[in-house]
Design a protein around this ligand. Structure first.
Ligand code: BG6
Length: 466
């Protein structure tokens, strides 16, 4: 996603005129070798109609490469020398590597005098694997780059649909008065994937769905859905409100996990009619890592008191979908009860993937002259973004994120306190699982998770949307 995004910004003239990119990794490549590998990569990743030879050539001309290994002092010094020789103005260091290297890399840059004003650092998730490791990484990074110059990515925040959640909530007058426990009965946030671990088993097995998806993407979606209106769309105002939501999450620990959480792991099955192996077969060894997690969460504040937020994410599920579902409460009294017409609850569905759409479920008179009285049907007011904005090209999440990081705007990046608060909550759940010896329940690939996830909602009179 990274190089195609930078290419997209270059093609559309959105990068600063004197922009240069210096790639670095352990691989021994020279500038020409790096440019060749980027060209091959772009050919695979960027659709042919968005890639013309002149633009690709002018993009490649902006790239350089320096091989380096952080644990090899000479090559590390060669890297910092190269940065100094190329530097003309601001520098954005994007660390897309294992998080254990973040602090040492920042220390290297700091010691070389390359962490001063005008420099920023962009970090990929995960920031550590628990609260303690996140604090250690954040301490190491902020010793050289103050927080305002640290840009922690969560690529979900770069997605159009996620930003549109803010537009929907705070650009319209009609939703906000209903956006609370008086009118909303339950909320479901689903991030379901059909892919497996795709050759990333070694990373994924130490992580699982809770650390890989829940700690970051789902909790970001939850924060944006549940937060109070920020006074303006700026980094402090938005992140302060998200943080309040995370701090209001009721802990789920050893005594709650049996009733509030479900862990699952996929076994062999079929996705879209194609047979796929189970997680352990993909990994090549036994494992008790969860590839699915579902939770019943609560936000203990005035707005959301008593409203369950059901969260779930998993790999090898029945269908790829990312959506937020808000079910409204029933009408207080049905005037149609006499004719036997059922009044179903209204719902708002905000789909982010695979397509962006917003659907409002309403009750409507069923047309006709029924003698026994009025009949009702549920219909949807349905807005598909691709229809409404036909001309707008679909942008990659990282295009937005790079643009903002280059311009120093942190609104769509995760602040230190957010990531640490999220880890604290996740640590409680994982600790609860450990104390209660929770082992993930099996679910066949291509289904909606273990059967016990049904009980998580049905116990409270709710059902997952499928
Ligand atoms: C990443 C996770 O952060 O998000 C992956 O590490 C996951 O495991 C991916 O597949 C999902 O992103 P998207 O944009 O495809 O929903």
């Amino acid at each position: 996603m990274l190089l195609p995004s930078l290419y997209g910004l270059h093609r559309d003239g959105m990068l600063p005129v004197d922009f240069r990119l210096l790639g670095t990794a352990r691989s021994e490549l020279d500038d020409a070798g790096f440019r060749d590998s980027v060209r091959t990569h772009l050919e695979k990743r960027v659709p042919a109609n968005e890639r013309d030879p002149a633009n690709v050539a002018s993009f490649l001309a902006r790239l350089d490469y320096q091989a380096a290994a952080i644990d090899h002092p000479q090559s590390a010094a060669a890297l910092t020398d190269r940065i100094k020789s190329l530097r003309r103005g601001d520098v954005l260091y994007h660390l897309s590597t294992a998080p254990r290297f973040y602090a040492p890399i920042c220390a290297l840059l700091g010691a070389a005098g390359l962490g001063n004003a005008g420099t920023r650092v962009m970090l990929e998730k995960p920031i550590g694997h628990d609260l303690a490791s996140a604090i250690a990484i954040n301490d190491g990074v902020t010793a050289h780059f103050d927080e305002s110059r640290v840009f922690r990515t969560d690529h979900y925040l770069g997605k159009e649909g996620v930003q549109n959640l803010l537009a929907l909530r705070f650009g319209n007058a009609m939703f906000e008065p209903l956006w609370n426990a008086r009118h909303i009965e339950q909320v479901q946030i689903t991030v379901a994937e059909t892919i497996g671990v795709e050759g990333r088993g070694d990373y994924y097995d130490t992580s699982g769905a809770s650390r890989d998806m829940l700690q970051n993407h789902l909790l970001q979606l939850l924060s944006l859905t549940a937060m109070e209106p920020p006074s303006q769309f700026d980094p402090s105002a938005v992140r302060n409100e998200k943080l309040k939501v995370l701090r209001s999450l009721r802990p789920i620990g050893a005594t709650e996990i049996a009733t509030h959480s479900v862990a699952g792991q996929y076994t062999a099955g079929a996705v879209d009619g194609v047979a796929v192996p189970g997680y352990r077969d993909e990994l090549g060894r036994a494992s008790s890592t969860e590839t699915y997690i579902a939770l019943r969460a609560h936000i203990d504040n005035w707005r959301w008191s008593g409203v369950p937020f059901y969260l779930r994410t998993g790999k090898r599920m029945a269908r790829r979908t990312t959506e937020i579902y808000l079910q409204f409460r029933s009408v207080p009294h049905s005037i149609f009860a006499g004719s036997g017409a059922a009044v179903e609850q209204n719902a708002l569905i905000i789909s982010l993937q695979p397509e962006e759409r917003i659907e409002l479920r309403l009750m409507h008179k069923t047309p006709g002259l029924d003698r026994s009285g009025l009949k009702l049907s549920q219909v949807a007011l349905d807005l598909e973004t691709s229809d409404a904005f036909k001309q707008a090209p679909r942008r990659l999440a990282y295009e937005r994120l790079y643009l903002d990081a280059i311009e120093g705007n942190g609104t769509l990046f995760v602040r230190r306190d957010e990531t640490e608060t999220a880890w604290q909550w996740i640590d409680g759940i994982l600790d609860g699982w450990r104390k209660q010896n929770v082992v993930p329940k099996n679910y066949p690939a291509g289904t909606w998770g273990p059967s016990s996830s049904v009980a998580l909602t049905e116990r409270h009179g709710h059902s997952w949307r499928e």
